[in-house]
Design a protein around this ligand. Structure first.
Ligand SMILES: [Cu+2]
Length: 340
């Protein structure tokens, strides 16, 4: 083996390892971790940054070292020595990357699996992991968020974080275990539909602590649903429904970005996910129902055909003290003259 084993090499190796480990934890490249899945992805990213930093320093260090060490001496016009090869060295520099790549493959597959990537329709995964995720991972997520904020984005994020954590803790106890929301991508917007309430919105409101199952569709061309703060992304494919699951862990507003070039205004296809406490979320759902009930277009288009007149008028007359029975009587009395 021609690998030098001097003290200098050992010291350089130790320094290189320490610098790589430090930078892997302090690269500051990730936005705040706002879902329970985010710390998993960040763990993988940190390890890859550690390895990448080590390799970068090793390769660049060897190049810079060689510039000086093997610089042509003045007056030396001879050729360099002929080197046939070095089997042990070649085995070493093949096996080490192979082990690294295999290790990252197994680790990332494990994370993909634990995020439900293998079978997003299998809700038992979410149910089984829910209690442990909430008990064990949620404080971790909050702490991770604090650390990231403090070191990375001190100016903008740190003041919000204590409040976010405070708000997110009681949210755990009363949030539903999971919720399915339809997300339709179209040029150039996202339309979110809440199945139970029928609320339709251009922004995604989610209660913190609830496993959100997005049922993603595309109305025209390829789009992709991406929330960097949640570390999740999924394609929206015309004719092929796709799924995406995540659990918001911090109260706040985060950008939803279309991550698939979908047309000339692709860059403007942005909205936001608004993670709030279950109480705020329920209040928002209620406000949306009132808003849609009060919409005249909706009342004509939907309610006139699907509901009896007294039912769809009820929200309007309630403040006047007219009850549904009275309304029904009034309607019956006037129905015949106007029915023709
Ligand atoms: Cu798009």
């Amino acid at each position: 083996m021609n690998i030098p084993g001097s003290i200098t090499t050992l010291l350089v190796g130790i320094v290189l390892t320490i610098v790589s480990l430090w930078y892997g934890q302090n690269h500051g490249l990730m936005p705040v971790a706002a879902s329970t899945d985010a710390p998993l992805v960040d763990g993988l990213f940190d390890i890859m940054m550690t390895i990448g930093t080590g390799l970068f320093l090793l390769v660049q260090g060897a190049i810079v070292y060689s510039f000086f060490k093997f610089r042509r001496k003045p007056g030396d016009d001879t050729d360099g020595p002929y080197i046939e090869g070095n089997i042990p060295l070649e085995i070493l520099w093949t096996s080490i990357p192979a082990v690294i790549v295999l290790g990252i493959a197994v680790y990332s597959f494990d994370i993909y699996n634990s995020m439900g990537g293998l079978d997003p329709m299998d809700h038992s995964v979410a149910h089984h992991s829910q209690p442990t995720h909430e008990m064990a991972n949620m404080p971790g997520a909050a702490i991770a968020g604090t650390l990231t904020d403090a070191t990375v984005d001190a100016a903008s994020a740190t003041p919000e974080t204590p409040a976010e954590i405070k708000e997110s803790v009681p949210a755990m106890t009363s949030a539903p275990a999971e919720m399915t929301v339809q997300a339709a991508g179209l040029q150039y917007a996202w339309i979110f539909t809440y199945p139970d309430s029928g609320v339709v919105a251009g922004e995604l409101h989610v209660p913190v602590g609830t496993r959100i199952n997005l049922a993603i569709s595309a109305n025209d061309v390829l789009h992709a649903f991406w929330v960097p703060e949640y570390r999740v992304k999924q394609d929206a494919i015309p004719g092929t429904p796709t799924q995406l699951s995540f659990t918001p862990s911090l109260v706040g507003e985060y950008p939803v970005i279309c991550a698939e070039l979908c047309g000339p205004y692709h860059g403007a296809m942005k909205t936001k996910v608004i993670a709030e406490t279950p109480a705020d979320f329920n209040a928002w759902i209620a406000s949306q129902q009132v808003a849609s009930a009060a919409g005249l277009d909706q009342a004509i288009a939907l309610t006139a055909t699907e509901k009896p007149v007294d039912q769809f008028l009820a929200p309007f007359v309630a403040p006047l003290g007219v009850d549904a029975a009275t309304l029904q009587q009034l309607h019956s009395a006037h129905a015949h003259p106007s029915a023709s």
